[in-house]
Structures are given as structure tokens and as C-alpha cells.
Design a binder for this molecule. Structure first.
Ligand SMILES: C[S@@+](CC[C@H](N)C(=O)[O-])C[C@H]1O[C@@H](n2cnc3c(N)ncnc32)[C@H](O)[C@@H]1O
Length: 383
């Protein structure tokens, strides 16, 4: 998947080992900023703990829930056959523009054609931008045909979101699609040629066999609200935003597929209006520190242990690992580790491979803070 890759990498480089050790003295694992679900799924698959995961964005709850909410594998082939048969019935018998090499004129024609498909949310909003008209129509048909029954429904939606993320014509996230310029039309062409059906089927094959050892749960919720429901014996995992730009601006395409509803979009990035996208206080420079203080107070008050990760430098939301450590000092005993990491600049404007603008991923160091509330002996809860 093309996003939030840094935790997946860190799990192989120290974070995984640390989590296994800390989980051995934990009753429940709670991932408060689940994102791609990499960490929640790791713990659900590697330990026998129940995992609760939450995020402000629905696509995150779907990706994470597709694995942590099941304790058995599913048959990808069987799911695909039934789902695809249904999607084929939904697919309209209309002529869809063929693109070839995406010249500005052809792209403009694709956009015009797509904008006339009001009944097809993805085609209407993103056809001719992140997806070719054909890709967009298939995403719409697959989305309309999503199986009704759980856990197959969440599995299928997760596969579709993963496939859309892999095929989207954009550099790493969906803040801005590739345009048919001399430099970028090669990337646009490459992306628009991807077969969304093949990618969806492949994603199903990857996700279906994976499952938790103990059934857990993923939901859409604000981390600060979730933290008030923590209890003794919980290990909260805290990987908050570091960007001063809202995540919902970068992942709105995945969110639209998750929700499956049509909305008006505008601008070069085709964003839904700001008030229709989840807004996080952690991405507002003026509120991020207060949001972090409230979160840490709630974790400490509910006597939960926590692992918090954050880049060691000052990030665009005004926070840094050191600032957070200072904030936590009065509430927790702190152990600290530092690991090399690669983090997405999110707001980076570079086009992959063009060497222009900021690189979309930068090398960084990340602090891992292991937090035990003061006056509380976590050894009591050794399992
Ligand atoms: C740094 S990413 C987490 C990445 C995740 N650990 C992974 O492995 O993909 C931060 C996440 O926090 C979510 N988020 C931002 N503010 C939030 C809030 N107040 N409550 C819950 N989730 C929030 C964002 O939607 C984003 O998915």
C-alpha cells in the first residue's frame, strides 16, 4: 500500500521486538492512531492479546478491521468469484473513453466524460484525475457490489481500498494527481494502465489468509475520546500526526471509497470540502500541544501503559519527540529508544522520480517512548 509506510519498516527494525516484550505484560492492546493498521495487525497476529484500533478516518478502520476482527482465514477465491459476478452485473453497458497516451486533450475529454457520471461517485469525483474512466467505473461497480455479510464485507472493502491506493495516479498519496505534462505524463500513463480488477483480486489474496489470534475490533473514533476508555492492563500505542496539514487531505480518495457516497469535490486535488473531511487537532499548530497534553493525561489517569513514537525533529504541526517527552515527564516514568526511520513528508510536492521538489520520503530518526504512569507498577499485570 502506498501510504504511511514508516511503521511497517520500523516493525522489522526494533519496534516489533519491543512490542512483543511489552505485550507480554499487557491484557489488551489499543492502537489510538491506527492509520494503515500495520501495528494493530502485527500485534493481533503475533500475540494472543485482543486488539482495539481506532482512527479518525473510516478507511483505516476498514483496513485494520479486515484482519484484527477475524480469527479465521477466508477463502479469497470464493469471495472474488461471487463479488466479481455481481460487479459485472452493475457495470454499465456504455462506451467508455479509451485513453492511449494521455495527452492534455485526451485527459480533458476523460474528465468531461467522468463529470457527467453523477450516479457513480468515484468516476464523478476522480475519473480523469486519479483514475482512468475505465478504472473508476470498475471501482464504482465493485463498490456497489460489495457483499453484505460480515466479515466478507470488510475484507472486500479493504481489498478495494488497497487496490485503489496502489493504482491511484499520484505520488504516494492522493493530495494531487499526476497531470499530463511533459514530465509527468509517463507516470499518469503507467498508473492509468494498471488493471484495478487484477489488483483487487491480488489484495484479496493477501488479506484473506491473515487474521488475529484473538478477535479484536476497529472503529472510527477520536484518540482523546478513546483514551478515556482505557483501563489498567492496557497498552496504548500512540503514533499521532506530525504534519501540520490534515491527513484527510491526503487520503480523501480512500475515504470516499470507504464511505461509498458521492460528494462535491474541487480544486486540483479534487478534495471534498474541508467540513466534510475529518479534522484533527493534532494537525493544527495552535492546538497540537494541548491535544497531546490531554491525551497523555487521560492515559495516565486511566493507569494504562503506552508506547509513543514521534520523529525527533520539530515537525510541521509544531511537535517533536523532545517536546512530547517534556510533556509526559510529570505523568510517566519514561524509557526511551531511538530508531532510524523513513517518514513521508505528506505535503512534499515532488513527483516520484522527477527529482523535483522535496522527496516524498525522508530519512529521519524517531523516538520511541515507553511510558508507565507514575505511582503504578506494571509488573503487577504480568500475564
Ligand atoms: C502517523 S499516522 C499513523 C500511522 C499508523 N501507525 C500506521 O502504521 O499506518 C496518524 C494517523 O492518525 C489519525 N488521526 C489524526 N488525528 C486523530 C485523532 N484525533 N484521533 C484518532 N486518529 C487521528 C490520522 O487519520 C492518521 O491515520
Amino acid at each position: 500500500m502506498k501510504y504511511m509506510g514508516s511503521k511497517r519498516w520500523m516493525l522489522q527494525n526494533g519496534l516489533g521486538t519491543l512490542l512483543r516484550i511489552e505485550c507480554a505484560r499487557t491484557k489488551r492492546f489499543v492502537d489510538l492512531f491506527a492509520g494503515s493498521g500495520a501495528v494493530a495487525c502485527f500485534v493481533a497476529q503475533q500475540t494472543t492479546l485482543p486488539v482495539l484500533a481506532s482512527d479518525l478516518q473510516s478507511f483505516s478502520a476498514i483496513l485494520t478491521g479486515s484482519i484484527i476482527a477475524r480469527n479465521k482465514p477466508l477463502d479469497a477465491d470464493k469471495v472474488w468469484r461471487a463479488w466479481f459476478r455481481m460487479a459485472r452485473n452493475f457495470f454499465p453497458h456504455i462506451s467508455i473513453p479509451e485513453v492511449g497516451i494521455p495527452t492534455p486533450a485526451k485527459v480533458a475529454a476523460c474528465r468531461k466524460w467522468s463529470e457527467a457520471r453523477r450516479a457513480w461517485p468515484i468516476t464523478y469525483a476522480y475519473g480523469g484525475y486519479y483514475f482512468s474512466p475505465l478504472q473508476a467505473m470498475w471501482i464504482d461497480a465493485l463498490r456497489s457490489a460489495i457483499p453484505e455479510h460480515q466479515p466478507v464485507r470488510t475484507l472486500a472493502l479493504a481489498a478495494l481500498i488497497s487496490a485503489a491506493s496502489r493504482c491511484a495516479a499520484s505520488p504516494g498519496h492522493t493530495a494531487q494527481p499526476f497531470q499530463p505534462t511533459e514530465t509527468a505524463k509517463r507516470y499518469l500513463n503507467e498508473a492509468w494502465r494498471k488493471d484495478i480488477l487484477v489488483h483487487t483480486q491480488q489484495a484479496l489474496e493477501v488479506i484473506a489468509p491473515q487474521h488475529a489470534r484473538m478477535k479484536g475490533y476497529a472503529q472510527v473514533a477520536d484518540a482523546n475520546t478513546m483514551a478515556t476508555q482505557l483501563r489498567v492492563g492496557d497498552l496504548a500505542f500512540i503514533d499521532p500526526p506530525y504534519s501540520g496539514v490534515q491527513y484527510s487531505r491526503f487520503y480523501h480518495v480512500l475515504e470516499t471509497i470507504a464511505i461509498g457516497a458521492s460528494c462535491e469535490v474541487s480544486g486540483i486535488g479534487r478534495y471534498p470540502a474541508r467540513e466534510l473531511r475529518p479534522q484533527s487537532k493534532f494537525s493544527l499548530q495552535t492546538q497540537s500541544l494541548a491535544a497531546m497534553q490531554n491525551l497523555l493525561s487521560a492515559v495516565a489517569e486511566h493507569k494504562a501503559n503506552a508506547i509513543l513514537t514521534f520523529p525527533d525533529h520539530v515537525c510541521s504541526n509544531g511537535l517533536s519527540g523532545e517536546i512530547i517527552k517534556e510533556t509526559a515527564r510529570d505523568l510517566f516514568h519514561i524509557e526511551m529508544e531511538t530508531v532510524d526511520s523513513k517518514f513521508s513528508t505528506l505535503g512534499g510536492t515532488s513527483l516520484a522520480g522527477t527529482g523535483k521538489g522535496r522527496e516524498a520520503r525522508q530519512k529521519a530518526r524517531e523516538l520511541i517512548l515507553i511510558l508507565t504512569p507514575k505511582g503504578y507498577h506494571r509488573e503487577t499485570w504480568r500475564r
